[in-house]
Write a protein that binds this ligand. Sequence first.
Ligand SMILES: [Zn+2]
Ligand SMILES: [Zn+2]
Length: 282
Amino acid sequence: MKLRCDFESRNKLVGGHVSIAESIDLAPERANSFGFNTFQIFVKSNLQWKYKTITDTECRNFRDNLKELKMIKPVAHATYLLNLGSDNMELINKSVDDLKYEIETCNRLGIEYLVIHPGSNNDRKHAFESIMNIVNSFETGSVRLLIENSSGKGNTVPATIEEMQLMMDLSKNRTGICLDTCHFFAEGYDLVNNYSESIEKLKSAGVMKNIYAMHLNDSMFAVGSKKDRHENIGKGFIGDEGFKNIINDSSFNDIPMIMETPGGDENYSINLEKLHDLMVIQ
Ligand SMILES: [Zn+2]
Ligand SMILES: [Zn+2]
């Protein structure tokens, strides 16, 4: 509780991805047990199209638990199977149907942010247009679709700040960006030696004001590696120095920062303490 109070006194929302095993309404309590004030879940399997519709009782319990445990800005992550940039119509249609369900479920659960890996195509320009046409066509209710930056591996968009900016420019809907620190670093933005410059670029491109959530992951590989391999906080190439920059940056206040670190539940308390140690208490 002490850690949570200290984070909140600095307007920091810190959590991790938690399981929905047994019942989705258990997720807020799981987050609370780790000392989080925010968290992320999948509302259905991340690796399969099929799903079991969540009941009204589960939704009501989930909302009650959020309120009771004072969880702030919880985030959902959509299935990894989506590709809104594909040339394959069957895959596009499956992706659209899946997202409709996930958006509806987030509205029922009272979750405002739904993070998506929007897709890929050899023709990146085609990917941007296809993705944003589809994203713009959704009725999202209270939900904001957050497009996650990629590590620059293959043809998954958006990777660069310019690509994130382009997607926000094409958006006519409730959208935003979920910035993954590991992916950002892997794409080539140095958060250790060139922190201010990297953040200034986000600001001058108009991307910073569109960041509604973050994935707080260290990187197993050096800056510019294009590899999507997460590491525990401070144990990778972003390291203590990089995370000291991030956790003390007021630009990221009130934005849910979600860990998707190796070992999951087992390492959350160590990672949370590490972030707390790196936060300069004023
Ligand atoms: Zn993701
Ligand atoms: Zn990743």
